[in-house]
Design a protein around this ligand. Structure first.
Ligand SMILES: [Zn+2]
Length: 392
């Protein structure tokens, strides 16, 4: 290899399926058309999916999935085309809405607050949602107490499939400067000269354990994208605005600004554990990440999934099927003897030497206004969480 070749920039990672989807249409023409179409108000969760479809975060999907893809994803974790895909992306409607819409071949989609139409759906198919099979296969349980399964059960019984033409993206009044589309994160990475980027999914404040994992990953790549999910989560998760203040404090004090950035991931949380980990990785590939951190119990909830089940599921795919490299981490902690952050992989010492606190214990301390030890949580982060809990 010549010198010129070795310093020439590599091509950025290809989006899933090869091309980044962009569903933005002609806003004026579509708005005029939409004014005369039956209107459907969609749920917050579906609104998140719509935004992800629109911007190409769900490339190669160009709309809500039809029955063949839906069945194929549920049964085989692949689209009908053979491309890997782990979570169905469908639009459910109630019987009442279905009758109101009738046999319309185009409908206008709006948010639940009755906004002006956001998109036009070209309806190609109407099919029944097989909720119990979907729950069992995708979530590994039919238990209606599981928050993801509960959302499936509460959705309408019939799905409308078809391609989307966007009039405009859903409006947001929070995290505006952090709402980068896949095209925008890709261009940001390019500008920063990052050829390899690791993505970190989170729906929690970041304590020392996750900071350590991110920084271990960053040691081997050019850049880090902390990509908090800000779509719907369960009500006892820490609200996204509080989390965002924690990330900002952490970045301010402890992260190199030319090597790390925060942007938000508009998806709603499914809590589908292993399957969602695969899906999260594919989405981050679309955002331009080459590597993806998979920790313990990724996207899990309660005791529905084994600790390393998400990591293991990656083994069921050929590496080129996903195209993004999973980086698997064990749980980490501060070890008094090692005098540093470590994991069972790197530290030979026993529990007694390790600073580890349960989630319940941490919440108890924060609620009482006590900072957890600084080996567990950065004081700036602890203070934000204490302050937030005081407000409740
Ligand atoms: Zn140790």
């Amino acid at each position: 290899m010549s010198d010129t070749e070795s310093i020439a920039p590599l091509e950025p990672i290809a989006p899933h399926g090869g091309a980044l989807v962009d569903l933005m249409g002609d806003p004026d023409a579509l708005a005029t058309e939409a004014a005369n179409l039956p209107k459907l108000a969609i749920s917050t969760r579906e609104l998140s999916d719509l935004e992800m479809l629109a911007t190409g975060a769900l490339s190669p999907l160009t709309g809500f999935q039809g029955e063949h893809d839906y069945r194929s994803v549920i049964e085989t974790m692949h689209l009908e085309s053979g491309l890997a895909w782990a979570i169905p992306v469908v639009l459910s409607v109630s019987d009442e809405d279905r009758h109101r819409i009738g046999g319309a071949d185009s409908i206008a989609l709006a948010d639940a607050e009755g906004s002006d139409p956001l998109a036009v759906l070209r309806v190609s198919e109407v099919f029944p949602r097989d909720k119990v099979t979907e729950a069992a296969k995708v979530y590994g349980t039919e238990d209606g107490e599981h928050p993801g399964v509960k959302a499936v059960y509460q959705a309408g019984d019939v799905c409308l499939a078809g391609t989307i033409e966007m009039i405009r993206l859903p409006a947001h009044d929070n995290f505006v400067e952090y709402r980068l589309t896949p095209a925008q994160t890709r261009s940001e990475f390019k500008e920063r000269g990052w050829r390899t980027v690791v993505g970190f999914q989170t729906r929690n404040p970041i304590h020392r354990a996750h900071e350590y994992i991110q920084k271990c990953a960053l040691e081997i790549v050019d850049g880090l994208l902390v990509h908090p999910l800000v779509g719907a989560t369960k009500s006892d998760d820490v609200p996204p605005d509080v989390r965002m203040r924690c990330y900002e404090a952490l970045f301010e004090g402890y992260y190199p600004k030319d090597r790390a950035m925060v942007s938000v991931f508009p998806a709603a949380m499914r809590y589908a554990g292993p399957r969602e980990a695969i899906w999260h990785a594919i989405c981050r590939k679309n955002y331009g990440c080459t590597h993806f951190i998979v920790g313990r119990d990724h996207a899990g909830v309660g005791s529905y999934y084994g600790t390393y089940e998400a990591q293991e599921l990656f083994e069921e795919f050929e590496p080129d099927e996903l195209g993004i490299m999973p980086l698997k981490f064990e749980h980490s902690f501060w070890c008094e003897r090692c005098e540093g952050m470590a994991s069972p992989k790197t530290c030979p010492h026993g529990e007694a030497e390790r600073v580890s606190l349960s989630g319940t214990k941490v919440r108890e301390m924060l609620r009482a206004g006590d900072r957890p030890p600084q080996e567990f949580s950065r004081p700036e982060v602890a203070d934000i969480l204490i302050e937030a809990m005081r407000g409740h």
